[in-house]
Design a protein. Structure first.
Length: 105
């Protein structure tokens, strides 16, 4: 492994915005790929309990790209306060991690 790798997670109000964001991040080589899936969220926002369907993205990148990924999401996300969290990939196949390296150069 050449570097540290991350999974970055964020949610979206609809599939269109999720696809747009993930595509833009791949185009800019900030992430190698993103997986989008539908979920249901329950949370407190502005003093009210909200219950709504959302779409989430799991995006794979290198640690050195995190700041740029976070900035891009924050500046271009439809939510006022987008969820942007990341966790380290502790282990992965050499071939897959090498692919992340190649795609985020």
């Amino acid at each position: 492994m050449k570097g540290q790798y991350l999974v970055v997670y964020t949610t979206f109000p609809n599939l269109r915005s999720a696809k747009r964001m993930v595509s833009a991040l791949v185009d800019r080589r900030l992430i190698a790929c993103g997986n989008i899936f539908k979920l249901f969220s329950i949370y407190r926002w502005q003093g009210k309990i909200e219950k709504s369907p959302e779409y989430a993205a799991l995006m794979k990148t290198r640690s050195c790209k995190y700041r740029a990924v976070q900035e891009y999401i924050t500046e271009n996300h439809p939510y006022d306060v987008p969820e942007v969290v990341a966790w380290k990939i502790a282990r992965g196949s050499t071939a897959y991690l090498g692919w992340i390296d190649a795609e985020t150069r």
